[in-house]
Design a protein around this ligand. Structure first.
Ligand code: AHM
Ligand code: MG
Length: 341
């Protein structure tokens, strides 16, 4: 006979809100404002995932890019995701500046409020060219504090800070499930959205990147235009130079490629190429969040010569090459890079 479960016994769960409230005790004086800020991100990403899950249906029904009943043009998912994030974040008193991949300039919000002490920088829908074919996409975000002495009417200065001063960073991957991964500089924690209750539940506490992994991840179509030491490094991994012969995985959605690298170990690269010496990925809202998470999980992230988090940005949409991954692969990469110097 099957054992009956006691209906009065509820399995303990930790929601992301509970977790954030706990974590913010690390910020003296934050008194709830930080958890309120992050709840803007969780709210927005729940709305984005709901739309992402409907992408195929809205295509079939022909509503995409057409005029809706209110006479408004239906927006594509990139723009929708951006607007949702701006909408959910601009009402948070603690946020003074928003900067997005979708907006040329940083946006000043709550311009007059002295309580506005944080800037949020984000890529609302990374990898969105994959949407049409049902491949994972994601949202990345980085949170910075207003630097001392910078006024409310200098929004660029709020965000042009090196990644090492991020006070929090994370991403949401809209994959086979929706997972939020974040860090406030106290380890990396992952939460899976339970769609039946609409809450992100702690599913991956204190993630540590394996010391070494099975995969390298790079767009090999550009191989011939990578610098020689990148080509040699990839050959080395493939040929068993680092204890085993590597397999490759490349989705073309940075968030998904990084998420796999975080959980399984290995290395993800977006190198410089002959035509793009700075690679493709953006420093502030793509490279910095994943570099922060990688380091918090015991990994390493470089631009090929220096720590990603030490780069002083000059412009909001600046690009950077990136190599990020587990200790073993990154130490080996550094050996190849230093021999090339
Ligand atoms: P996007 O922000 O326009 O979506 O571009 C970034 C994406 C990343 O998710 C991914 O790592 C990269 O572009 C893939 O680029 P490529 O097709 O050159 O390999
Ligand atoms: Mg992007």
């Amino acid at each position: 006979m099957n054992e009956k479960t006691d209906p009065a016994v509820i399995e303990p769960i930790i929601t992301v809100q509970q977790h954030i409230l706990q974590e913010q005790k690390r910020f003296p004086g934050a008194s709830g404002e930080f958890s309120w800020l992050l709840s803007g991100i969780t709210m927005a990403t729940k709305m984005i995932q709901a739309k992402v899950r409907m992408a195929g249906l809205t295509d079939i029904l022909g509503e995409w890019g057409t005029i809706n009943v209110q006479g408004e043009v239906q927006q594509n998912l990139d723009i929708y995701s951006n607007e949702v994030l701006v909408h959910c974040l601009k009402v948070r008193e603690s946020i003074g500046v928003l900067a997005s991949e979708e907006n040329e300039q940083a946006i000043l919000v709550h311009g007059g409020s002295e309580n506005a002490n944080y800037a949020v920088v984000f890529d609302p829908l990374d990898g969105s060219s994959n949407i049409d074919v049902n491949v994972s996409v994601g949202t990345t975000f980085s949170i910075l504090r207003r630097p001392d002495g910078v006024s409310l009417d200098e929004p660029e200065k709020w965000v042009l800070q090196p990644g090492s001063v991020q006070i929090a960073a994370g991403y949401v991957v809209y994959g086979s499930s929706t997972i939020l991964v974040y860090s406030v500089g106290n380890g990396v924690h992952g939460f899976t959205l339970d769609p039946s209750i609409g809450a992100f539940i702690l599913s991956h506490p204190d993630i540590k990147m394996p010391e070494q992994g099975p995969y390298y991840s790079v767009n090999e179509a550009y191989r011939d235009s990578f610098p020689t030491h990148y080509r040699n490094y990839i050959d080395h991994l493939r040929n068993g130079g680092l204890n085993h012969k590597y397999s490759s995985r490349y989705i073309g959605s940075m968030v998904a490629d990084f998420h796999r690298t975080l959980l399984k170990g290995g290395v993800f690269l977006y190198p410089p190429t002959e035509s793009n010496s700075e690679g493709k990925l953006r420093l502030l809202y793509e490279a910095n969040p994943i570099a922060f998470l990688a380091e918090q999980a015991g990994g390493i992230a470089t631009d090929g010569t220096r720590r990603v988090l030490d780069i002083q940005p000059n412009s909001i949409h600046q690009r950077t090459p990136i190599v990020v991954g587990s200790q073993a692969e990154m130490i080996e990469f550094e050996r190849f890079a230093s021999e090339a110097r």
